[in-house]
Ligand binder design. Structure first.
Ligand code: ADP
Ligand code: MN
Length: 177
């Protein structure tokens, strides 16, 4: 279909935040309650080779942002997606109806990432990223302020509460006319 002629019937949500803040846990729970499609960008990049090789320094794939956006375009136009990624400045602004930035107390996050096996600069870079609210900043610079919401994600109770309120939001979402 031509651009603009397709109307989504379900919203697209971006769930972002520093690694370890609970994006994947929150998104998969939300996908269950809403039947939205959960897309873990990190996994998609690996599966479909949407990268320019492995970065030894950063210990991750060098994501090819253009390839990722091309891969997702049709699905995003269709609507009904939860995009799960620890970055947000390269997706088209028009894709999202809600941008969720998860935030975690840095001592809690330190323990979570240590448990995940992060050490050294990989660990400290991510803790700094959280302390300086890099993802919230990036989200506010990339999307209209009224669709960006920061949610605390320190405890399981907070995940439950966040999923419940996002589920309500999805349920009452109607496309703009
Ligand atoms: P991300 O996708 O942002 O990297 P994950 O959802 O993979 O984060 O969560 C990382 C780890 O932290 C998992 O073991 C998860 O169970 C735990 N976790 C995440 N968010 C919370 C939370 N709000 N309360 C308790 N544990 C959490
Ligand atoms: Mn994840």
């Amino acid at each position: 279909a031509q651009n603009g002629s397709v109307r989504k019937s379900r919203p697209n949500i971006l769930v972002t935040g520093t690694p370890g803040t609970g994006k994947t846990t929150t998104s998969s729970a939300l996908a269950k309650t809403t039947q939205l499609r959960h897309i873990i960008v990190k996994d998609l990049v690996k599966e479909k080779n949407l990268h320019d090789g492995w970065d030894d320094q950063l210990d991750c794939y060098l994501i090819n942002e253009g390839l990722v956006c091309d891969e997702l375009e049709d699905l995003m136009e269709e609507g009904g997606n939860i995009i799960d990624y620890h970055g947000c400045d390269f997706f088209p602004e028009r894709w999202f109806d809600q941008v969720v930035v998860l935030q975690t107390d840095n001592t809690v996050l330190f323990d979570r990432l240590s448990r995940r096996g992060y050490t050294g600069s990989k660990l400290s870079n991510n803790i700094e990223c959280e302390i300086f609210q890099v993802l919230l900043q990036e989200a506010k610079e990339s999307y209209p302020e009224d669709i960006v919401v920061a949610l605390k994600s320190d405890t399981i109770e907070e995940i439950t509460r966040n999923v419940a309120s996002l589920t309500d939001w999805v349920g009452s979402w109607h496309r703009a006319t």
